[in-house]
Ligand binder design. Structure first.
Ligand code: FES
Length: 75
């Protein structure tokens, strides 16, 4: 994945597609570069404008949101 930290940003109401493959040029969003990876984008809906922290490392347990996994060492 492209970043070992979350992408924090404001999003307007709408439907978004979080990249789960790490190949997108517009991270953290899918740009359809996932072909052949076996991965698919994660669709999520924002119901009202809000600030979000989207996962940038791909290890989150609650996609598309950061859960702090980027800071945890492998056990
Ligand atoms: S480009 Fe990564 S999931 Fe689509």
């Amino acid at each position: 994945m492209p970043k070992n930290a979350p992408y924090t940003m404001w999003l307007k109401k709408g439907t978004y597609y979080w990249c789960s493959c790490g190949k997108s040029e517009i991270e953290p969003f899918c740009d359809s570069s996932h072909g052949g990876t076996g991965k698919k984008p994660f669709e999520f809906v924002i119901n009202m404008s809000e600030e979000v922290s989207l996962c940038g490392c791909g290890k989150t347990g609650r996609p598309p949101y950061c859960d702090g996994s980027h800071d945890r060492r492998p056990q």
